[in-house]
Design a binder for this molecule. Sequence first.
Ligand code: N5H
Length: 257
Amino acid sequence: MTGLMNGKNVVVMGVANERSLAWGIAKSLHSAGAKLIFTYRKERSLAKLTGLLQDATIEPLMCVSCDVNDDASIAAAFEEIKQQAGVIHGLVHSVAFAEKDELKGEYVDTSREGFLLAQDTSAYSLVAVAREAKKLMTEGGSIVTQSYIGASRVVRNYNVMGVAKASLEASVRYLAEDLGKYGIRVNAVSAGPIRTLAAKGVSGFNDIMTTIEERAPLRRNIDQDEVGDATLFLLSNLSRGVTGDVLHVDAGYHILG
Ligand code: N5H
């Protein structure tokens, strides 16, 4: 993989700690020679990120604050990125949020507020950042977001996030059509369950991991490094013919009936 991403600038959104999918992706990109730009929302995430980068001896191009719920913050972040990097070639969107209360019980009880917050943070945010990223992808580019099988199937407790991921995956297809003419590709990775900060304390998580171990074709769960390498593929020239797609990195679980 050495050199696959030499000379490429990639924006990575969504590192909260060492367990984040975005951190697995950052490590894969770094070993392939990419220059990395990180965005963070919470100061706590910046502190974590700074420590992780030091430990991994990764020198980022920059770390910039970006709240994906706020258009002005997105515009300011990409303006800063433009000043510092000029051109970008890749964007990793690994951001989602839903209120804890909405991630248990019945979907029919989803509140209007909870629905809109999940859609705004987890799906519309991709549209908003793709629009800004497009301006900096003057040499073509690749955008990759993170989804989950709950987008197309009913997974207990995933509820409002399942509908947000369905919207995210549909956005991937519409964005792929819009941006294709500029040589920009848009895809999603649909990862199997991974113990991340976002997954912490959510109901039924352990049972889902056990089911994957028992039933997935590979009879095991997957990890952040596997998501990292698959995302690297989608960001690199190796996947130049692929756009508008959802790549399942789930030990084959999605093929089962
Ligand atoms: C079927 C499942 C288990 C149930 C659903 C889990 C959904 C998780 C996704 C969302 C994004 C989690 C979330 O927003 C949690 C927040 O309410 C509270 N947590 C936080 O605020 C932490 C501190 C920060 C880091 O989290 C965020 N989002 O900022 C799905 C699982 C088997 C797979 C899974 C966990 C999928 C997924 O979408 O992440």
